[in-house]
Design a protein around this ligand. Structure first.
Ligand SMILES: *[C@@H]1O[C@H](CO)[C@@H](O)[C@H](O)[C@H]1NC(C)=O
Ligand SMILES: *[C@@H]1O[C@H](CO)[C@@H](O)[C@H](O)[C@H]1NC(C)=O
Ligand SMILES: *[C@@H]1O[C@H](CO)[C@@H](O)[C@H](O)[C@H]1NC(C)=O
Length: 464
């Protein structure tokens, strides 16, 4: 047996790198260990492989690409062109013919200038600049992308356009979706030569952007966001029995107050498995400037075909099997209840009606800490859910220390759902064995108070 031990260790080490769940709002890392940085993009499937392109918030909006065979583990494929300030890039034609994307007028001078405007004043300023649709072309899916001629306007009008979306109909036709400065969302066919064809339909029901479409049965669902800069808003859904419209509706896709779980639509992916078809909402959880701290919110979409309704149910951790199309969730992790932890300072344990253990620790302020000791870890990176609530998101932040860490990490820097949801999974490194200490505290104004129910530690492989 001893002889095989090194081999077993190698297998474990390889599996340790594997991402096991889609965790909306959390920092996602690629297979090289770097933060995934692809915003405003889309995902296309080619054979068994998914390709994801998006704008890189840390590299001046260059187009970054990743690939995956499970929608969990993403291999970085690098920057696809050295051009900067390419907004909302979308792949069309998964066989590697072209992308259609948005970019700013004059790359040389407007680009850096634009960036300065954005950092100082946010997205609205950007909205006043001249923008055009442009495509990049390659003969292959990965690499070799070149600008494809001059910028184009979208027929039939010569508006300047902002957010681009992408949709492939069940007959194989690709459509580019655009939202313009005049607030109309427009849908145009993409011709087989890559040029933008006639308008199929438009939605002139309000000020909308960030369009995406999915088709269920014979009904088209158009998801759009409101226009509130980098701040999230309640995204809406409109339906039609034809890509040629007319579009009706305008219902929120999530409870209004959730602001689409703090995200903005970018794309809808269909996973047609052999047991189920799952539609995936892909949204950007922008930071205050659309910068490198922006994350992703992906959620399974619930469609009622009879009622023609579409909603997002929130799941803190989930995944979809790309072969079967079936969505699954993790089994409960190992729980550590706050009332059994060491409580330092003013925090106090008391009855909690909605809590699993019926108790929680209340009134955690800047001078309090809840210390979970003897926490079992697997020696690898693993998800730990913090089950807590804050009395005011504006007044402060909850933070953690793992083992000997002396500087706290704000939970919001690990998961942008921090403070917005009662279950916040974050990826942490615990030591192997049952001697880990996880300290939970708060940092904020004098009225900032936090309640914690407990933590839940997940092992990669458990699932229902
Ligand atoms: C695209 O590639 C797939 C295999 O990856 C192939 O089955 C399909 O026919 C190709 N489609 C086109 C339009 O070339
Ligand atoms: C943690 O485990 C040690 C033994 O390893 C034990 O002495 C100690 O009481 C435990 N602490 C708690 C809080 O359970
Ligand atoms: C953590 O949050 C607190 C309270 O909001 C803030 O003052 C502090 O700067 C944050 N720390 C980091 C490293 O961002």
């Amino acid at each position: 047996m001893l002889f095989f031990k090194p081999l077993i260790l190698v297998v474990i080490a390889t599996r340790a790198q594997a991402a096991s769940w889609i965790v909306p709002g959390a920092v996602w890392t690629d297979t090289a260990g770097n933060k995934i940085d692809a915003h405003g993009g889309n995902v296309v499937q080619r054979g068994d492989t998914f390709f994801w392109v998006g704008q890189s918030a840390s590299q001046n909006e260059k187009a970054l690409m990743y690939s995956s065979t499970d929608l969990l583990n993403w291999t970085p494929l690098g920057v696809q062109n050295s051009l900067e300030y390419l907004w909302r890039p979308k792949i069309a034609k998964p066989n590697g013919s072209f992308w259609v994307m948005l970019y700013t007028g004059n790359l040389g001078s407007d680009g850096p200038q634009l960036k300065v405007f954005m950092l100082i004043q946010g997205k609205q300023i950007y909205g006043q600049l001249n923008r055009n649709i442009q495509s990049m072309v390659s003969t292959q899916m990965v690499g070799g992308y070149k600008l494809n001629g001059a910028a184009v306007t979208v027929p039939p009008n010569s508006y300047t356009y902002s957010d681009t979306g992408m949709f492939q109909d069940s007959d194989g036709t690709w459509y580019i979706l655009t939202s313009a400065d005049h607030n109309i969302v427009q849908i145009n066919k993409i011709n087989s030569d890559g040029t933008i064809g006639a308008r199929a339909s438009q939605l002139a029901a309000g000020a909308y952007e960030a369009p995406g479409i999915l088709k269920v049965g014979s009904t088209y669902y158009l998801i759009v966001s409101g226009k509130t800069g980098w701040r999230s808003n309640p995204n809406k859904v409109f339906t039609s029995s034809s890509i040629n419209g007319p579009w009706t509706g305008g219902a929120d896709i999530a409870p209004e107050a959730e602001k689409t779980y703090n995200s903005q639509n970018t794309f809808e992916l269909t996973i047609a498995g052999n047991k189920a078809t799952t539609y995936v909402y892909m949204g950007d959880s922008w930071d205050s400037k659309g910068g490198p701290n922006s994350n992703h919110v992906w959620l399974p979409i619930k469609v009622d075909s009879a009622k023609k309704t579409l909603t997002l149910d929130y799941h803190a951790m989930w995944k979809v099997d790309i072969k079967t199309g079936v969505v699954s969730f993790p089994a409960a992790g190992k729980r550590y209840e706050a009332e059994h932890a060491e409580i330092i300072g003013r925090g106090e344990a008391a009855h909690c009606r909605g809590c699993l253990s019926k108790r929680a620790v209340y009134k955690i302020d800047g001078n309090s800490e809840v210390v979970f000791r003897n926490v079992t870890g697997n020696g690898r990176k693993q998800w730990v859910s913090f089950h807590y609530e804050v009395n005011s998101r504006e007044a402060g932040e909850a933070h953690i220390f793992i083992n000997s860490e002396s500087v706290p990490t704000n939970i919001s820097s690990l998961n942008s759902r921090a403070g917005y949801h009662k279950t916040v999974p974050v990826m942490v490194s615990l030591d192997r064995g049952n001697q880990n200490a996880v300290r939970f505290g708060a940092n904020g104004g004098k009225d900032f108070k936090v309640t914690i129910e407990g933590i839940e530690v997940f092992d990669d492989d458990e699932e229902l």
